[in-house]
Design a protein around this ligand. Structure first.
Ligand code: PMM
Length: 270
């Protein structure tokens, strides 16, 4: 599946741009339009495939913000970037923000609730006729910690993602426009994330391109001595290299060049 001419012969790199004061890894770094645009231009220079712009932190326990607040953060950045021709995804749980972001020049909607947070989301995306990233999660940021209980995390995530696919298709989103994400760290303990990463074939078998967002997440500290999010970058790069030849569509990451390089090296090992 090729979206907007994105490469299909290698895993693509989606660069994270959180225009938020409080995201876990980069909160506060790019929360003005100028700093966000400057960071996006750096990512473009480094060969980013998609820039994922978010205005609301999704970290566990984060407070919800209004659509107006969210839009005041992301829309000026999307507008400023639209002249550079880069593919932009909007990371939002709110249908109104998704609609306006696409109007301002974004191309893809990335919803960490896969349409569960806003009852208008699936129908809105169907009307926009754009690609939709449906990520697995359970509950909202306040309650997801207590919902990280599974008998078999792989089976349950596959089942719940398949339900989201059915609802998305029923709402009129076309199969060609669906991308799935197992939602590492969302209602998942560290062991759940590792189990999912060790069984990516099961997620792929649902039949859609798969996006993986492991970047600098806390579970990586289980494998290394890294404590701070920045300190988990090397572990993230290692993971990118290890999954690059597994038929995964893309990785959602904070840095671009190291991941482009890791993917390029992995291609020679295929
Ligand atoms: N993770 C975060 C936010 N949005 N979207 C997708 N599709 N997949 C993810 O894993 C994901 C996401 C949380 O990380 P951040 O605070 O660094 O953006």
């Amino acid at each position: 599946m090729s979206f907007f001419g994105l490469p299909t012969d290698r895993m693509i790199v989606m660069g994270i741009l959180n225009v938020t004061p409080d995201s876990f890894a980069d909160g506060g770094r790019f929360n003005s339009t100028d700093t966000a645009v400057a960071r996006a231009l750096e990512m473009i220079d480094e060969g980013v495939d998609i820039i994922d712009i978010g205005g609301e932190s999704t970290r566990p326990g984060a407070e919800r913000i209004s659509g107006i607040e969210e839009q005041s953060r992301v829309l000026p950045v999307i507008k400023a970037l639209s002249k550079y021709g880069v593919i932009i995804s909007i990371d939002t749980k709110q249908a109104d923000t998704a609609r306006k972001a696409i109007e301002y020049g974004a191309h893809i909607v990335n919803d960490v609730s896969a349409g569960l947070a806003d009852p208008q989301m699936l129908a809105s995306v169907a009307a926009l006729a754009c690609p939709f990233i449906a990520m697995h999660s359970r509950g909202n940021s306040q309650e997801m910690g207590s919902l990280a209980v599974y008998k078999s995390v792989v089976k349950e995530v596959v089942f719940e993602l398949s339900q989201r696919v059915d609802e998305a298709l029923a709402a009129g989103i076309t199969a060609q426009n669906l991308i799935l994400d197992p939602g590492l760290g969302f209602a998942k303990e560290a062991d759940h994330n590792w189990e999912l990463l060790n069984n990516l074939d099961e997620i792929k078998k649902i039949g859609f391109p798969v996006l993986i967002g492991a970047s600098r997440k806390r579970f990586l500290s289980m494998a290394t001595s890294a404590q701070s999010p920045d300190d988990r970058e090397e572990a993230t790069i290692a993971l990118t290299a290890l999954i690059a030849n597994q038929g995964i569509w893309g990785v959602r990451v904070h840095s671009v060049k190291p991941h482009r390089d890791a993917i390029a090296v992995a291609r020679h090992m295929a």
